[in-house]
Ligand binder design. Structure first.
Ligand SMILES: Cc1cc2nc3c(=O)[nH]c(=O)nc-3n(C[C@H](O)[C@H](O)[C@H](O)COP(=O)(O)O)c2cc1C
Length: 279
């Protein structure tokens, strides 16, 4: 294998970090690899890059053991290939069962030969006020401990790829069943959950960042009003990166007692990395 591309979606930076670290580790092993945010490329560009590579990676955050809608759409719009060696991964805080396997369902019929699959533990980005019972942190010292462990796992994963040793975490029947226990209710309640993002007008400074950064074009300003179009994918980016924490979830703005909303795994992370073409 000589050339690789890792295509990822990331709401708040975790999957970006894993994708860049994977690409870096592949480069160290002599495979020329780049990571691409799927928000910055067209389906045609992705097809072209895939054609030029002999190893393809796909990554995304697990959302209730499912994959974000934007990733489903990306997979469904890719052209079929001729038996490409492929790895797939999800990032997760705690557990997803078969979070990586479920991506395979949306690549069906495209001949991506998924030989490797992994789940990478990353910090939780679930920081909305209504999830007060779920812990998250912005403490970079604590986060860096997780990153050290995940980096080791990434290196082990790359070794399996280099040695062409098939390894597919979460592809067995038990993981699939357990993932389903979370995915089925998540899908059932998704329409209800995705329509709960809004804003607190008295806090909003109308800078438009939330709308600009939204990966699913769910948010739009009409004068001083923020309109939602029902296309939210629950990635948390608008909530996490609003400069004045004016985005609400279930009518609740961010609770400052929980600390700042989750801002990504490393201090240098910026959501611009995910959306701005020349980054
Ligand atoms: C809507 C939603 C659902 C999530 N569901 C799970 C889950 O089922 N299991 C888990 O371990 N983490 C879950 N998480 C946490 C994220 O998957 C995890 O923090 C991920 O690394 C975030 O990646 P990103 O920064 O690239 O978006 C969820 C996060 C969100 C926003």
């Amino acid at each position: 294998m000589k050339k690789a591309a890792v295509f990822y979606f990331s709401g708040t930076g975790n999957s970006w970090w894993v994708s860049e670290t994977l690409a870096g580790a592949l480069n160290e092993k002599g495979i020329s690899a780049s990571a691409y945010s799927i928000e910055k490329i067209t389906f045609l560009e992705a097809d072209r890059i895939i054609n030029e590579c002999d190893l393809i990676g796909f990554g995304y955050p697990t959302h209730g053991s499912d994959l974000p809608f934007i990733v489903k759409k990306f997979f469904q719009n890719l052209s079929a290939v001729k038996n490409k060696k492929t790895f797939i991964f999800c990032t997760q805080w705690l557990w997803s069962g078969d979070g990586a396997r479920v991506g395979e369902e949306y690549l069906k019929g495209k001949n991506f030969n998924i030989l490797w699959a992994e789940h990478f533990h990353m910090p939780s980005n679930v920081c909305v006020s209504v999830t007060w019972f779920l812990p998250y942190t912005n403490d970079k010292k604590r986060i860096s401990k997780t990153l050290v462990k995940t980096e080791k796992r990434i290196k082990g994963f790359i070794d399996k790829i280099i040695n062409e040793r098939t390894y597919r975490r979460g592809f067995n029947k038990v993981s699939r069943f357990l993932g389903g226990l979370q995915r089925v209710p998540f899908r059932y309640f998704f329409e209800r959950l995705r329509n709960d993002i809004y804003f607190e007008k008295s806090l909003c400074i109308q800078c438009g960042e939330c709308a600009r950064l939204c990966p699913s074009k769910n948010l739009e300003f009409h004068g001083t009003e923020l309109k939602t179009k029902g296309t939210c994918i629950l990635c948390i980016r608008c909530y996490a990166f609003c400069p004045v924490s004016a985005i609400t979830y279930m009518n609740k703005p961010h609770n400052p007692e929980r600390g700042e909303p989750y801002k990504g795994p490393v201090a240098e992370f910026s959501p611009e990395f995910l959306v701005t073409k020349n980054q």
